[in-house]
Design a protein around this ligand. Sequence first.
Ligand code: PBG
Length: 316
Amino acid sequence: MPSLELSRLRKNKALGDWVGQTTLSLSDFIAPYFVVEGSQVKKTIKSMPGVYHLSVDQLLKDLEKLKGIGAIILFGLPKTKDNSGSQSYRKDGIVQKAIKAVKKNFPQLITISDACLCAYTSHGHCRIIKKGETIDPVASLKILAKIALSQAEAGVDFIAPSAMLDGQVKVIRAVLDRAGFSDTGILAYSAKYASQFYGPFREALDSAPAFGDRKGYQMDFRNSDQALRKIEADINEGADMVMIKPALAYLDIIYRAKQKFNFPIVAYNVSGEYSMIKRSGLSQKDLALEVITAIKRAGADFIITYFAKDLIKWLK
Ligand code: PBG
């Protein structure tokens, strides 16, 4: 019997590194940013230590430190919120202004913008609500298309619709094509689960629903087959990349999606997953690297992570 060869393959660090199957590179990561009106604003978000509300000038300053990271995803906190989320599709809306400034100053950086209503509506839902607290799907699709178009006009590379409204990818694709933006891509939030892990983010955007919850439109965590059907539907509707969210409690979904679809998979390591590590009292670097490597090992091609800037340091 030969001696077991597995330990031979990790007898020292050099050998371990050489045979290591999963490698992280900075271009795998997408850094989220929360943009606010004003200038010189850099305000800590209490629920997410190390993450800030930034005005556009401060965002640009921060991006100088983001060398090597593949892309950013932008979320906006508007001046005012109303019932129909009317700040969401303005030419001079906060996200639209941010996209323009980023593209002008960092033309090589890939930009993604979240296209949703929850940060813009006073009720905090991702859709237009009719009287009696029911969703108006037609009005919602119309406004999502308007948001997408305004972001494309600002010059964004990818629109990321996150309202989980059936048909939203198809409608957005059609509107973009009709307006001459066939080059603007769509990153579909396809398998978005109704999750407690979004808690800190909702505090950051003040977007917790004022009544009810999002269980009617986000996925039930007991299901996995539905996630694959939703991903397939979004691919057929014209998505260029698909997302699974959250990541850590959903590695099986990431794995199955990568096995089944020959398609770029993005995993969102969300706010609650980030805060959990931040508050753990364990080694931040080791724990974050373990978690992020696991997400990639499961099959994610790209990872949205609030650790993006730390990873620049850690992977040196
Ligand atoms: C909005 C949206 C949410 C997140 C990204 N886009 C929250 C939600 O659905 O309430 C969560 C991201 C995070 O927790 O980091 N549609």
